[in-house]
Ligand binder design. Structure first.
Ligand code: NAI
Ligand code: MG
Length: 481
């Protein structure tokens, strides 16, 4: 049986790659090819950027309220296509189907709904300048926004960037990751069906060093939004610097989930599992370090290990607790880290193996894994693993918890569990993290912006203020004398 072929999506239609070369995207549950996808080159990127530049005028002339209505129609179409989108996302990424459904509904559809309500509310200010002058600001779109996104939820990462960029009046070129991209191509088609003018949203698929670098370094883009690793983020920033193009970076994390002894331990346990095992740990804000107060360490760990042993592993479409990792590369990376944890002397409480039983043999499955006795300096406490591997550390007071939590190059998120209001506020203020979750984990909704400290990046994500990130300010002063 021949595989379905996916082309780039440029100027409102599927376009074959200039080189006519295609590569396979795999189903990580089986290791089998899933589809053939266009391998983008600098020529394809150039074509997409030109389409996006040409479309700026068309999109700019659409009344703001109509811009919003088109985004709302995209949201509605995503909901209509929810089952198909979720299925495709699960096949491509391996994520459990219910997680893909959640992302399609609560992230993708919701982003277009939320930002669809904002174009007609994005105004400038009048400024009280001295003298007989009137001064006001305008908020203008940047122009062409390049979005380079990762594989850990193409639909998730794409919507979070595309919706605010379009709402602010920009046109967009997306370069999804080479491991998973099919839903982004479908999303672009859906947007056209919903009335988005041709060229406003374009997708060029392909590999990072070719298509990604060509896009980040293209002289005719006006902004870059990058989500992925620190290493590539740094490269992208340098490429954009050549043309003085502003960049937003959302890089990795090694987020601490801190449990004080006065916490509601049942609730903490309930959230600790999805914090690290959702999407098999391939989430930027995953709670990958569990930091337990010494008084509750042993009983909490015991219950956590027991609950973890019950988790089911399987192909995403069968809706297991954990699906596979996205690729063989990610499988190697995660199993190498598990080996490093053993070598460094951490205690393996559960998991630790690749799963190769029966029909899972060719997939990229790894057991949910917990290491206890982890020391702060160990690699499994310092480096982003991006897999279902939890490092458990212990602390005796708030200062020690903060030293651990803040003691990495990252600063994306942190969880705090306590029933003491003072502790909660003190920790929230002292944590170097762009998001702090108290007595829950993960954001409660996209209405709230999240930021980042240190090498986790800069530039807000979500919330109304992210709309401003996709604009530039222009000031106008009128002398009245
Ligand atoms: P990556 O950062 O290399 O890939 C992200 C995106 O950048 C992809 O679209 C890729 O094609 C593109 N890219 C790669 N090289 C490029 C270049 N030279 N110029 C422009 N674009 C380029 O991440 P990768 O290799 O897929 O994952 C490695 C590790 O990075 C993961 O194990 C994880 O630790 C971390 N990561 C973190 C993410 C997060 O959300 N925090 C997302 C993805 C990766
Ligand atoms: Mg794939």
């Amino acid at each position: 049986m021949s595989l379905t072929k996916y082309d780039h999506y440029i100027a409102g239609a599927a376009r074959a790659p200039a080189t006519n070369r295609y590569f396979d995207t795999l189903d990580p549950s089986t290791g089998e090819p899933l589809a053939e996808v266009a391998e983008g080159s600098a020529d394809d990127v150039d074509r997409a950027v030109r389409a996006a530049r040409d479309a700026r005028n068309v999109w700019g002339k659409v009344e703001r309220r109509d811009r919003g209505r088109i985004l709302h129609r995209i949201s509605g179409r995503i909901l209509e296509e929810l089952e198909e989108l979720a299925r495709l996302e699960t096949l491509d990424t391996g994520f459990p189907l219910r997680e893909s459904e959640f992302v399609a509904r609560e992230v993708a559809a919701r982003h277009f709904e939320y930002y669809g309500g904002l174009p007609d509310k994005l105004g400038g200010e009048t400024v009280p300048v001295p003298g007989n002058n009137v001064d006001f600001t305008l908020r203008e779109p940047l122009g062409v926004v390049a979005a380079i996104i990762p594989w850990n939820g193409p639909l998730y990462a794409a919507s979070r960037c595309i919706a605010p960029a379009l709402a602010a009046g920009n046109t967009v070129v997306v370069k999804p990751a080479e491991e998973a991209m099919l839903t982004v191509l479908r999303l672009a088609e859906i947007a056209t069906e919903a009335g988005l003018p041709d060229g406003v949203l374009n997708v060029v698929t392909g590999f990072g060093p070719a298509a990604g670098a060509a896009l980040a370094g293209h002289p005719d883009i006006d902004g870059v939004s990058f989500t992925g690793s620190i290493e590539t983020g740094t490269t992208v920033m340098k490429l954009a610097a050549d043309h003085v193009v502003p960049v937003g970076l959302e890089l990795g994390g090694k987020s601490a989930n801190i449990v004080f002894s006065d916490a509601n331990l049942d609730a903490a346990l309930l959230w600790t599992l999805p914090a690290i095992f959702s999407c098999s740990g391939q989430i930027c804000v995953a709670g990958s370090r569990l930091v337990l107060h010494e008084d509750v360490h042993d009983p909490f760990l015991e219950r956590l290990v027991e609950a973890t042993r019950k988790l089911r592993i399987g192909p995403g479409l069968e809706n297991p607790d954990l699906g596979p990792l996205v690729s063989d590369g990610q499988l190697d990376r995660v199993t190498d880290y598990i080996e490093a944890g053993r070598q460094e002397g951490a205690s393996l409480e559960t998991g630790g193996r690749r799963v190769t039983d029966g029909s899972l043999a060719e997939g990229y499955f790894v057991e949910p894994t917990i290491f206890s006795g982890v020391k702060h300096e160990m690699r499994i406490s310092q480096e982003e693993i991006f897999g279902p591997v939890l490092s458990v550390l212990s602390f005796s007071d708030a200062e020690e918890a903060l030293q651990i939590a803040n003691g990495t190059q990252y600063g994306l998120a942190a969880g705090v569990w306590t029933s003491d209001l003072k502790t909660a506020h003190y920790m929230a203020r002292s944590l170097e993290a762009g998001s702090v979750y108290v007595n829950r984990y993960f954001p409660a909704g996209l209405e709230a912006p999240s930021g980042a400290y240190k090498r986790s990046g800069f530039g807000s994500v979500d919330g109304a203020e992210t709309l401003r990130r996709f604009t530039r300010v222009k000031n106008v002063v009128i002398g009245l004398d």
